[in-house]
Design a protein around this ligand. Structure first.
Ligand SMILES: NC(=O)c1ccc[n+]([C@@H]2O[C@H](COP(=O)([O-])OP(=O)(O)OC[C@H]3O[C@@H](n4cnc5c(N)ncnc54)[C@H](OP(=O)(O)O)[C@@H]3O)[C@@H](O)[C@H]2O)c1
Length: 228
């Protein structure tokens, strides 16, 4: 990966773990988050703005990769979900990613880049209270496969579908010992994910030259296994 990589959402959570790993590997990263980050590195250029405000002037001529990490976990019974909930989740998870990809298209193609988007385990496995986020992330999976076909062979496009991962986004669901324990027990591998567990798969996808159009489950076995 000879050119910079663009990481949207590098301040905390999975986007930060990916950024730190890329920097450790010697890559250059342009990071974008809505608030300033509390770390620095000679190869990191941090920008403070929302994904929706990205424009092509923010980008170099060539990009080797793009990670779009913003997302939501808006869990409510279906009757409690208002149209504005569905619209907000769709905007943040799907349409903001579309905007960033459209702005970056030229640089991604010029750099023969790899793109990593984020879905959720709740798309392939029905889970109560996930209607809004599962709909929005289902759109991300469709976008992943469509763009992977349209941009081949120049640009690879893949998605990662994590299960519950210990980041600020999941803090309410892992808010105390009892909740964390119950969440771990739901997974065949008896633990929730760490941001680093997801980042290592993202690094693989960013650096691979022969994977495109795939959605990778990183989910402690929850995606495919029954252990009882
Ligand atoms: N954690 C989980 O359990 C889990 C499970 C399934 C799927 N996922 C998916 O995995 C991805 C990463 O999740 P995460 O847990 O790492 O999320 P997170 O902890 O909320 O981190 C999101 C990052 O994106 C930035 N961000 C949020 N909205 C933004 C915007 N509009 N423009 C620019 N930056 C923005 C945040 O920084 P600022 O606040 O400074 O902007 C932060 O750096 C998401 O797509 C999520 O839906 C996560």
């Amino acid at each position: 990966m000879q050119h910079p990589l663009l990481v949207i959402g590098h301040r905390h959570g999975i986007g930060r773990a990916i950024t730190e790993r890329l920097l450790t590997l010697g890559h250059s990263v342009i990071g974008i988050s809505r608030e300033a980050v509390d770390y620095s590195h000679p190869n990191l250029e941090s920008r403070v703005h929302a994904a929706a405000d990205l424009n092509s002037e923010h980008l170099p001529e060539f990009l080797s990769g793009l990670v779009f990490a913003p997302g939501s976990i808006n869990l409510k019974p279906f009757r409690g979900l208002k149209m504005v909930d569905f619209q907000a989740d769709f905007q943040q998870n799907a349409l903001d990613a579309v905007h960033v990809l459209q702005v970056a298209e030229k640089a991604l193609k010029a750099g023969q880049a790899s793109v990593v988007l984020f879905s959720t385990v709740a798309v392939s496995q029905g889970m109560p209270f996930h209607a809004s986020v599962a709909m929005a992330k289902g759109a991300v999976e469709g976008l992943t496969r469509s763009l992977a076909a349209e941009w081949a062979p120049n640009v690879r496009v893949n998605a990662i579908a994590p299960s519950l991962t210990d980041t600020p986004l999941a803090s309410k669901l892992l808010g105390n010992e009892a909740r964390s324990h119950a969440a771990a027990e739901r997974h065949p591998l008896k633990k929730v994910g760490r941001a680093e567990d997801v980042a290592e798969v993202a690094i693989l996808l960013l650096s691979s030259s022969w994977i495109s159009g795939e959605v990778f489950g990183v989910n402690g076995g929850l995606g495919r296994l029954r252990t009882s």
